[in-house]
Write a protein that binds this ligand. Sequence first.
Ligand code: AMP
Ligand code: ZN
Length: 113
Amino acid sequence: MADADCPFCKIVAGDVPAKKVYEDDAVVAFEDMNPQAPTHVLVVPKQHLRDLPAVAADPRAVAGYLAGIRATAESLGLTEFRTVFNTGAGVGQSVWHVHAHVLAGRPMGWPPG
Ligand code: AMP
Ligand code: ZN
């Protein structure tokens, strides 16, 4: 389930410190170390899944993960927020444990850069 070399598995396990803002059976949410908005948290499944297609291939993971993202936003009191998944190095994925960026607290342009 966990990958010994994965930085986000280490956060899930508590072996690497992070500012956790929400946790349930399926997910952990923590503050991004390089925030791009006043609120910028990453929501990760506790299970090591490398990207969004890997989540989609596991129907049991989909439900818990989506509910965990929703619960994170609710626990932070967010009514408006942007959710970003980068899938692939060419569009900016740099950590190979799927993570939803949840961003809020400032105006946001469209399309994203
Ligand atoms: P991405 O480029 O979409 O893969 O996003 C990776 C994100 O993880 C970046 O926004 C980083 O700032 C963030 N990040 C990487 N390592 C950590 C960490 N140990 N704690 C918090 N955020 C991290
Ligand atoms: Zn992992």
